[in-house]
Ligand binder design. Structure first.
Ligand SMILES: NC(=O)c1ccc[n+]([C@@H]2O[C@H](COP(=O)([O-])OP(=O)(O)OC[C@H]3O[C@@H](n4cnc5c(N)ncnc54)[C@H](OP(=O)(O)O)[C@@H]3O)[C@@H](O)[C@H]2O)c1
Length: 421
């Protein structure tokens, strides 16, 4: 793990617009100031905010620093802003003071509009609680950042698994404002006490990849901790955030893991429980793995898709190729919800029409919240059956640099942002 280096605020990051749609207390209307970064200068100025008050939603006395964007223009559009610290308006929510958070590929993709149609719909559906609904609820200002570690600051009604002062880790769902801020609101069911063996940075690196891996292996791949022993799994993308977690989880379940990554990462991957490792840049890799042809499951966490690998699965035993790069959100972004969904269903049916005739299935996998799995993962991490793998820790002011690193791919484990100076 490399240490963090605080190199000050990142030049080039900026807020494109500053008509905050964040509701502000009436007493502060037109007096509040946000800090803006000038592109290329890294200095602060202030701007007045003018928006309709909804005082019940924000603590009027206190503010927080938050990374936000006002447009799908990528990392260039992200800027450091200042907003009210949220209250806990809904039963079942907790407010967490963030100690560290991680950056996942979905964060940098969302800054370019990835998933905006489906996430907008989910936001609209969430608003039905208040009696309103829109098909595509606006996303801006948008803060990304799916997983975090921190300290519980406030708890909502009905929360009985957590109390103020607990040191926790958790995930905030994509339709909610993310964790790249000093405070985050999350559903208490997606937050649990963090094992005290971890630093905040280590804790922030795990929840999102852990729950995504769990969902991919158990829901899509039909593997369970009780039936996995002795299975052979081919892991594509073994050196990334998902891959480094997945190989440890499967090894501790007794799975024989065969990994594919680049040669540079062989040492890293070898220490995480793989029995064999292959270089994806070596032209003979695919041929060798297909000729073995005896995998019960292929987990594709490489971000690319090579359907030839389906032939490496056993046939007529329920074996499946599970991909973490389904086209669903890309299709809905391009074609809208209805046409995009129909196109995605056609694609998955087409792929299965070819593979089911050979007794192999092709499936998609997604992140899914799962409180029971989260508890089990906490217990495995507390026993050091799974250890965090962190590529680099960035300071909070270096957040755009962290986005840039993740957007370039080639992750070796996780990229983390710390709020500790
Ligand atoms: N569906 C969902 O809900 C969901 C949730 C989380 C993640 N994901 C997706 O799952 C994928 C993995 O996520 P992540 O966080 O692990 O990303 P990551 O940290 O960027 O890891 C991707 C890894 O794949 C490796 N790789 C690239 N091309 C490869 C190839 N042809 N064969 C084998 N390995 C290859 C890269 O290694 P090199 O550096 O050597 O190129 C890198 O280590 C991403 O595409 C992400 O978007 C989906």
């Amino acid at each position: 793990m490399h240490g963090s280096s605080a190199r000050g605020l990142v030049a080039g990051a900026r807020l494109a617009k500053f008509n905050f749609s964040v509701p502000l207390a009436s007493t502060l209307k037109a007096q509040c100031k946000i800090k803006l970064l000038h592109p290329g200068q890294g200095i602060h100025t202030t701007a007045k905010i003018n928006s309709e008050p909804e005082p019940e939603m924000y603590d009027v006395k206190r503010g927080m620093k938050i990374w936000q964007t006002y447009g799908y223009g990528g990392i260039e559009e992200v800027g450091l802003g200042f907003a009210r610290i949220p209250h806990v308006p809904r039963p079942g929510d907790v407010l967490v003071k963030v100690l560290a958070s991680s950056v996942n590929p979905i964060d940098t993709a969302m800054l370019n509009g990835y998933g905006s149609q489906v996430i907008g719909l989910m936001r609209g559906l969430a608003k039905m609680e208040t009696g309103t609904f829109t098909w595509n609820e606006p996303s801006f200002p948008l803060t990304v950042g799916r997983d975090f570690s921190g300290i519980v600051e406030k708890v909502g009604h009905g929360v009985n698994n957590l109390k103020v002062g607990d040191v926790v880790w958790g995930v905030v769902s994509p339709q909610r404002q993310g964790a790249h801020a000093e405070y985050v609101l999350a559903a208490a069911s997606n937050v649990c006490t963090m094992p005290d063996t971890l630093t905040p940075e280590e804790g922030a690196s795990i929840p999102y990849v852990a729950l995504t891996t769990w969902s991919a292996l158990t829901v899509s791949g039909l593997l369970t901790p009780f039936t996995a022993r002795g299975c052979r799994v081919l892991l594509l993308g073994a050196s990334g955030g998902i891959g480094t977690f997945a190989s440890q989880l499967m090894s501790s379940w007794g799975v024989e893991v065969v990994s594919v990554c680049s040669k540079d990462n062989f040492d890293l991957v070898a220490g995480l429980g793989s029995s064999q490792i292959y270089d994806y840049q070596d032209p003979s890799t695919k041929e060798i793995l297909i000729s073995q042809g005896n995998f019960d499951l292929i987990l594709n966490a490489s971000g690319t898709e090579d359907m030839d690998y389906l032939q490496a699965l056993k046939s007529w035993t329920g074996a499946s190729f599970v991909t973490l790069s389904p086209p669903l959100l890309r299709n809905t972004d391009k074609m809208g919800i209805v046409r995009g969904m129909m196109q995605s269903v056609c694609q998955v049916v087409n792929k299965n029409a070819l593979t089911l005739s050979e007794g192999r299935a092709y499936k998609w996998a997604f992140y899914m919240p799962n409180p029971l799995a989260f508890k089990e993962i906490s217990s495995m991490v507390a026993k050091s059956q799974i250890v965090p793998v962190i590529n680099r820790v960035y300071s909070f002011s270096e957040t755009p640099e962290a986005y840039l690193a993740v957007s370039e791919g080639h992750g070796k484990g996780k990229t983390v942002i710390t709020l500790e100076e």
